[in-house]
Design a protein around this ligand. Structure first.
Ligand SMILES: NC(=O)c1ccc[n+]([C@@H]2O[C@H](COP(=O)([O-])OP(=O)(O)OC[C@H]3O[C@@H](n4cnc5c(N)ncnc54)[C@H](O)[C@@H]3O)[C@@H](O)[C@H]2O)c1
Length: 387
């Protein structure tokens, strides 16, 4: 059992803190949002994540999980402090580090015993060293500490399962002993632990997200070509995916990637490259293709409906993917919308003035939908899907 403080109680922090408590540690979760902490102390969830409410309640009841807004209280017994605050996009596409800076300064001012600062927020390469400088200069009296980068790879909607069964844990530090102590916290997860230096660990996170975004933009480009040539991108992706060097995941053509991570992380990586005089042409193309996918939805609608002004258009699935309430940078938010809760295609057909469906996720079979009398457009499904 270790004493752990988690700073930032959002999607990553609340899941991390709760899962670490579930593994038997004593965890205090700290946030500057008083209403968020008050809610949690009353057993209410500030975010939706399947299974989280029950897990929080169980660990709080067992005395392993507590919530506070006070750094003094939060750091009373801390051996490890996990930083899980947000790193949104700044004005020029860079990662905005104001919350990381504030968290590091507050930790520095409140810490009174040696601790290991574990950074889980996605931060530009070199931030670990910068955080160490902030803590060193902010301490009232010098207290030893180490910084370890431990980037998070969980996905909203399956965050608990991802935390408990990760593909790997990546740890980066200049202090190998500190990295080993963080590795010990993760031993119950029985997974591969990659230990490297700080900057490399920070880069592994960006490179991973950029690669996944690239895969999606790649298949979207193939979908556009399929549309022109009459091939079916779903079959193409399946045929490609059997090759183990390629794999089936992240080859779903459609409206493109969104959410709170890919857009800001790809942009931040490109920004880091430009700052160092590099030309991130692949990352730029990946972002351009993604922006085109959203425009393409509107173009497909116009091809079926003509002028969109004055038309009522229903939009299903507002979050960027299923099982999350996170609306940050969801592709759907760029387009006019309304919400449908259930989808009974035959009933929907009756209710619609003009039976038109643009399927941004390629979830329907073109022949079935058109047989019901819909004008249907999807992405890259050959001539049957009409593009
Ligand atoms: N959401 C994801 O799926 C995901 C996955 C992997 C990595 N990440 C990364 O993890 C980090 C956190 O993401 P998130 O989605 O959990 O963010 P979030 O916005 O849901 O939560 C961040 C929390 O930090 C709190 N906070 C801000 N400043 C603080 C301070 N000084 N002290 C204490 N708390 C403070 C906020 O009030 C908020 O509750 C980001 O860097 C993100 O890129 C997110």
């Amino acid at each position: 059992m270790k004493n752990i403080t988690v700073v930032g109680v959002g999607y990553v922090g609340l899941v991390t803190g709760t899962c670490l408590a579930d593994l038997g540690n004593k965890v205090v979760c700290l946030d500057v949002q008083e209403d968020r902490i008050a809610q949690l102390n009353e057993g209410a969830m500030p975010i939706y994540e399947p299974g989280l409410e029950e897990m929080v309640a169980r660990n709080a009841r067992a005395g392993r999980l507590a919530f506070t807004t006070s750094y003094a209280r939060g750091l009373e017994e801390a051996e490890f402090v996990f930083i899980c605050v947000g790193t949104p996009t700044g004005v020029d596409g860079e990662a905005d580090l104001q919350y990381v800076r504030a968290a590091a300064s507050s930790v520095a001012a409140a810490m009174h015993a040696p601790l290991i600062l574990v950074n889980k927020s996605t931060v530009p390469v070199g931030t670990g060293d910068w955080v160490a400088d902030i803590v060193r200069s902010g301490q009232r009296t010098p207290v030893p500490f180490s910084v370890v980068s431990c980037p998070e790879f969980l996905r909203e909607g399956s965050a608990i399962a991802d935390f408990m069964n990760p593909d790997r844990i990546v740890l980066g530090s200049l202090d190998r002993e500190a990295a080993n102590r963080v590795a010990e916290l993760h031993l119950p997860l029985r997974t591969t632990i990659v230990v490297t230096d700080l900057r490399t660990a920070e880069m592994i996170k960006y490179a991973s997200n950029a690669f996944l975004a690239t895969k999606i933009s790649f298949i979207n480009e193939i979908a556009t070509i399929c549309e022109a040539l009459g091939a079916d991108v779903k079959e193409v992706a399946a045929g490609m995916g059997y090759d183990r060097r390629i794999g089936r995941h992240f080859l779903d053509a459609g409206i493109g990637w969104g959410g709170s991570c890919f857009p800001k992380d790809v942009q931040a990586l490109a920004h880091m490259a430009v700052e160092k005089g590099r030309h991130p042409q692949l990352l730029r193309a990946v972002m351009d293709i993604n922006a085109d996918q959203r425009r393409d939805v509107v173009a497909k609608l116009k091809s079926l409906l003509g002028e969109l002004r004055g038309k009522t258009i229903g939009l299903l699935g507002l979050a960027f993917k299923p099982n999350t309430d996170d609306m940050r940078d969801a592709p759907a938010a760029d387009i006019e919308w309304n919400e449908f809760k259930q989808l009974d295609l035959a009933r929907l057909r009756q209710a619609m003035r003009q039976p038109v469906i643009v399927d941004g996720r390629n979830i329907y079979e073109p022949s079935q939908v058109t047989a019901l009398g819909f004008a249907y457009r999807c992405f890259g499904r050959g001539f049957g899907g009409q593009g």
